[in-house]
Design a protein around this ligand. Sequence first.
Ligand SMILES: [Zn+2]
Ligand SMILES: [Zn+2]
Length: 387
Amino acid sequence: MYSGPGVKTSPDFPIPDTMKAWVLGNPGELKRAEKPVPVPKRAEVLVRIDAVAICATDLEIIDHGPPASILGGMPFNKNFTPGHEYMGTVAALGPGVDEYKIGQRVTVEIHAGCGQCKRCREGMYTSCHNYGLNYGDVDKGHRANGFTTDGGFCEYQVNAINTLVAIPDAMSDEEATLVVTAGTAMYGLTELGGLVAGESVVVTGPGPIGLLGVAVAKAMGAYPVILTGTRDNRLKIGKELGADHVVNVRNEDAVEAVRRLNGGKGVDYVVECSGAPNAVNEAIRMVNRGGKVCLAAFPHGETPVDVAHIVRNNIYLYGIRGEGKSATHRAEAFMSQKRFDATKIHTHTFPLDDLPTAIRYAKDRVDDAIKVVVKAKGAAAHRVAAE
Ligand SMILES: [Zn+2]
Ligand SMILES: [Zn+2]
């Protein structure tokens, strides 16, 4: 019988003692496992995972390790379950939780800061100074599910209530998995100044964050919004999400094209989502003097940057990590009010049992895959109900 000190459950949501989970073995190797269903503590709930989207960062973690960090080191062969872009249904409440109800649909953001360090106290919980410290004598209570603690490629997970975002019934499971991606784009625009109405914005790189960056910038009234990239099919989706102009950088110089499209001037903001080797140098030439550049992609390796150009032109550079400053809630507000259709970037759905196939689609962009979702909805609950 599933239970824990002070934990509330409901007969409507039977919870098994164990669940199906995928765990990371050696680099690139995901294995099936049976794990105990985790038990929520104070200020936490148990979420029955209904759908989880695959992110490029998951592929990075599965093959190479970072940015995941388990017990202070590489995540391999530690019974670690990756996956961080999930949504589901509240299935049990930890002691004292009255903010959510059993049966309520939620999506999650990733970072639950420690709540006690300088940055958490400033609301910058994605920059928590106790990042990854959640074990042994250094347990500060920090959690980043799918990065430093178990994530969503399984049937249930425990989440701090400050990582939950309530969603309306009208939002599909698949769409709800995209809220955190839109939240990352929203955080980038928040750091650039927030009030971007009437300001010119370039988004470089039409991956999921870039495409939803276009959608969020348009929803906030930016004009013009210019998207640059190399794949015409993705640039087309960018147009559907509201880009005023798209530039295929295989056909023309990205910096010249941006200046031409904005009346010969640089733009106010660039959100860099490509991670391309020369992306920073191009971005600092796309912005006007005093412009701001937000870096939202993880590039491989180090890149030389023209610092003199940045200093001479008073250009601001920001690195962002994740979906900070409650940006996920603002992104969800736009999505539930149908200010943009994030489902345009969802291309494929597989059952949780087929996770390796889903990962292959995401990694090799099989059939022009962008966002691939896996669904586990209720399988474990059905098993327990049948017992
Ligand atoms: Zn992600
Ligand atoms: Zn902290």
